[in-house]
Design a protein around this ligand. Structure first.
Ligand code: NAG
Ligand code: NAG
Length: 252
């Protein structure tokens, strides 16, 4: 039989051990991640961007220039109290607090040209065709879980300075002609494909539209993304587009 003395001693031991964290479960990745996060939620002095202190209105470069929002701490709490993106694709909108990340040099900017279909190409109804885009500046193969890590990590660069990411293709029906004047509804597309890797290891992304399309007027666009699906972020504002679009018809 256990003596009361021993029981008190045992309880005191547990309390003391617990206070020192000795009995904390080890190896629980969630608990360890949270503990690590709590110790790194302070913005490092070397990461502070003082450029965000100013609203930019001391010089006017372009008429219509508007004041920038300002913040003394990289907007680290910009999303406090908002619906957080938190790795999800939230159709009703959200706020993403993850930094934009690494930006390539101007000699490594992403550029794309659709080589198939060709401009105004006439396709046959229901006939499989291949979409091909030749890219430069994109290091293929970065393609994270889009259901749980959407925008959840910054854009990153390969060892040779290229954005690590992937490509997408979207085809939209333009309606009665190839020259509509209303912008197409982005929620309405007839084909969509995410393409993680290149077809040739040299920047060519391709996919088949199996079974083709019904008769119509269409636009296909390529969309280059970083690994966590964000549109690629480039180093300068004045540049050529990172994406390409082509218009074509089916059954005309
Ligand atoms: C194209 O495919 C659709 C759907 O399968 C079918 O209804 C239509 O008859 C086909 N048209 C032609 C010209 O093959
Ligand atoms: C498209 O289909 C053709 C014919 O089956 C095939 O040769 C080609 O590799 C396919 N392209 C892609 C990107 O899968």
């Amino acid at each position: 039989m256990l003596s009361w003395g021993f029981l008190y001693f045992f309880l005191a031991f547990i309390t003391l051990s617990d206070a020192r964290g000795l009995l904390k479960p080890k190896g629980d990745p969630v608990i360890e991640l949270r503990a690590a996060a709590a110790s790194v939620t302070c913005l490092s002095a070397s990461a502070l961007q003082t450029g965000s202190d100013s609203n930019g209105q001391s010089t006017t470069l372009v008429s219509g220039q508007t004041p920038s929002a300002t913040n003394g701490a990289n907007f680290i709490n910009f999303c406090a109290g908002e619906v957080l993106t938190n790795g999800l694709q939230i159709a009703t909108g959200s706020c993403n607090g993850v930094v934009m990340g690494k930006i390539p040099s101007t000699s490594n900017m992403v550029s794309s040209i659709l080589i198939s279909p060709t401009p105004g190409q006439k396709m046959k109804v229901n006939e499989t065709f291949e979409i091909r885009v030749q890219t430069s500046g994109l290091s293929a193969g970065g393609f994270t879980n889009e259901d749980s890590t959407y925008y959840a990590a910054p854009q990153d660069l390969s060892s040779d300075g290229l954005v690590i990411g992937h490509a997408h293709f979207a085809i939209q029906d333009l309606g009665k002609s190839l020259t509509p004047t209303a912008a197409p509804d982005p929620t309405n597309f007839v084909f969509f494909a995410a393409v993680p890797g290149t077809a040739d290891g040299k920047g060519l992304f391709a996919t088949n539209v199996t079974g083709g399309l019904p008769a119509g007027n269409y636009r296909v666009c390529s969309m280059a993304s970083a690994a966590n699906h964000q549109p690629v972020v480039m180093p300068v504002a004045q540049r050529g587009s990172q994406d390409d679009c082509q218009k074509f018809t089916v059954g005309k």
